[in-house]
Design a protein around this ligand. Structure first.
Ligand SMILES: [Cu+2]
Length: 133
């Protein structure tokens, strides 16, 4: 009887796991991913914990260039500056430093607390923010 109970619980756990996986597939939830389309950034505002990485993916046919506020210098995020693009420091700044073509990604690890606004350097009217807790 005890074995049967354990089996039922195990089955329920497995069923729940399968269902969750299916939901993830259906809604296409990718944690810490920001999609770029012609309509802008989705989600526009995202909250993460310090040390987490955010990945931007261009889902538009046109190129986009995510970068720290403020246009055109990109110096809002600590240490960032568009002038560092193309240098050794490029890896450490919140700036894609290039046009992302369709399906290209740009990932950045946030090591500073705060609310960090960003924009599309190719279309500065498109913007969003990342809150690092
Ligand atoms: Cu810019």
């Amino acid at each position: 009887m005890k074995t049967l109970g354990v089996l039922i619980i195990l089955s329920l756990i497995m069923l729940t796991a399968c269902t969750n996986q299916q939901v993830d597939t259906l809604t296409n939830i990718k944690p810490n991913t920001i999609e770029i389309t012609s309509n802008g950034f989705t989600p526009k505002e995202l909250t993460i914990k310090i040390g987490e990485t955010i990945t931007f993916i261009n889902k538009d046919t046109k190129p986009h260039w995510p970068a720290s506020a403020f246009h055109p210098t990109h110096t809002a995020y600590p240490g960032s500056n568009i002038e560092k693009c193309g240098t050794e420091e490029q890896e450490n700044i919140f700036d894609a430093c290039k046009e992302l073509q369709q399906e290209w990604t740009y990932a950045f690890k946030f090591e500073a607390h705060g609310k960090w606004n960003y924009h599309d350097h190719l279309k500065p009217s498109m913007y969003g923010s990342i809150i690092v807790q």
